[in-house]
Write a protein that binds this ligand. Structure first.
Ligand SMILES: Cc1cc2nc3c(=O)[nH]c(=O)nc-3n(C[C@H](O)[C@H](O)[C@H](O)COP(=O)(O)OP(=O)(O)OC[C@H]3O[C@@H](n4cnc5c(N)ncnc54)[C@H](O)[C@@H]3O)c2cc1C
Length: 376
């Protein structure tokens, strides 16, 4: 049965999905004076997708120039959003990478990409960050930091509204229907929007929403990721964001489920997690119950590598990754549809730049960086 709310509303641009990426697209489009309506199925500050919580790493240790360019732009745009919204969002607490795979030349590589970076001996790092245990060389960058995800989404949406955009929460879209006249009907329970262009940023629900519209997307897997917050033992400890890579051939890493990452979440403790280790899931059928094996392994990780936390006091978090095979994002336009998807657990730091790219695609009919193309 085809849903047909009353055809009541014409819009230039409709954005479906008000997580970080959709909110950033609406912010950019409204800022350019475009008529934009953002439709989000859940309420404000919901915790059902991938953009909730008070902390995300602004990790700058990307060697791919395409990502380094986006990072420099994002750093500038985060400050712009902070200034306009009056909300602090990005705190440069630094980022450290340690473990296997931290090549001695990495600081130079990042330096060549325009980032401050240096190599530290483990003793120096242990001295500086007593809450974390290091036993290899450590890459440190003061250009890395921590983002406040919850406040970022609120700031993006309120800035979109301040520039004349419309943000409708608790408004699930039941169908996205491209028409032969190159416009799109966006159907909700009580309204059908007829739009010139539709931006789809529906996260874990992207394939479900776009499947019927015959838009061919690269394969993506939705997983439920469950990092946890651990109580801090000494509030005076300094906490950078970190990435910790295991050595595949060393037995002491056998219990690891994936590379580990983490950061301090002010007021909640230290967040630690396995990167992209969660089970595939239906985002609407999650139990949100902690996965006991991974949680126990995470607590062992905390006992062995995070002397600054109480490994027994763990509060698991549920969140979704939507991952492409190569972890590159999908940022592309197919006819009147613009798609932003597949952020593969590393998209938050790039949010304002992704918003700019999606707005460019929505308004200029431009082509994306080939790396982000939906063609595969
Ligand atoms: C545990 C975890 C840790 C992470 N850590 C980092 C990090 O340290 N650094 C970093 O850079 N990135 C990190 N990320 C990744 C980052 O958070 C995501 O890439 C980003 O939040 C994705 O945003 P999104 O807008 O695509 O998805 P979402 O936030 O999931 O947004 C999709 C939105 O679409 C809405 N929607 C879906 N279907 C419909 C519909 N039919 N109608 C209306 N609305 C709909 C949903 O309700 C949702 O709000 C992490 C992610 C997780 C899960």
């Amino acid at each position: 049965m085809t849903h047909t709310g009353p055809v009541a509303e014409h819009r230039e641009i409709v954005v479906v999905g008000g997580g970080a990426m959709g909110s950033a697209a609406a912010w950019q489009l409204a800022g350019r004076g475009r008529q934009v309506t953002l439709l989000e199925r859940f309420g404000a500050r919901h915790t059902m997708g991938a953009s909730h919580g008070r902390s995300r790493n602004f990790n700058i240790t990307y060697e791919k120039p395409a990502y380094a360019v986006l990072l420099h732009e994002a750093a500038r745009l985060w400050r712009e959003l902070e200034h306009d919204s009056g909300t602090p969002l990005l705190e440069l607490v630094g980022i450290v990478n340690h473990g296997a795979g931290v090549r001695p030349d990495l600081a130079d590589v990042l330096g060549a990409l325009g980032f401050q970076a240096s190599m530290l001996a483990p003793e120096e790092a242990n001295e500086r960050w007593a809450g974390i245990r290091f036993d290899t060389r450590v890459l440190f960058s003061p250009d890395g930091g921590r983002l406040d995800a919850d406040e970022a989404v609120v700031a993006l949406q309120s800035e979109a509204v301040r520039h004349g955009g419309e943000v409708l929460l608790q408004t699930p879209v039941v169908e996205v229907r491209p028409r032969s006249d190159d416009r799109v009907e966006v159907v909700t329970d009580d309204t059908t929007y007829l739009a010139e262009t539709v931006v789809v940023t529906a996260g874990a629900w992207t394939e479900r929403l776009l499947g019927p519209s015959a838009v061919a997307l690269p394969p993506m897997v939705v997983t439920e990721e469950q990092p946890a917050h651990f109580a801090v033992l000494d509030p005076t400890f300094d906490w950078p964001g970190w990435n910790h890579m295991p050595a595949p051939d060393e037995a002491r890493y056998d219990y690891w489920h994936a590379p580990a990452y983490g950061t301090l979440t002010p007021g909640e403790g230290v967040k630690a997690g396995w990167h992209a280790a969660g089970p595939a899931c239906d985002p609407d059928a999650r139990t949100f119950a902690p996965e006991p094996v991974q949680l126990a392994a995470l607590q062992r990780y905390a006992r062995e590598w995070l002397p600054g936390v109480d490994a027994e006091a763990a509060a698991p978090i549920s969140c979704t990754y939507t991952s492409t095979v190569d972890t590159d994002f999908v940022l592309d336009r197919i006819g009147p549809l613009v798609v932003g998807a597949g952020f593969s657990g590393h998209g938050f730091k790039f949010v304002p730049s992704v918003g700019r790219i999606l707005a460019d695609l929505a308004t200029h009919n431009s082509r994306p960086e080939s790396r982000f193309s939906a063609r595969w």
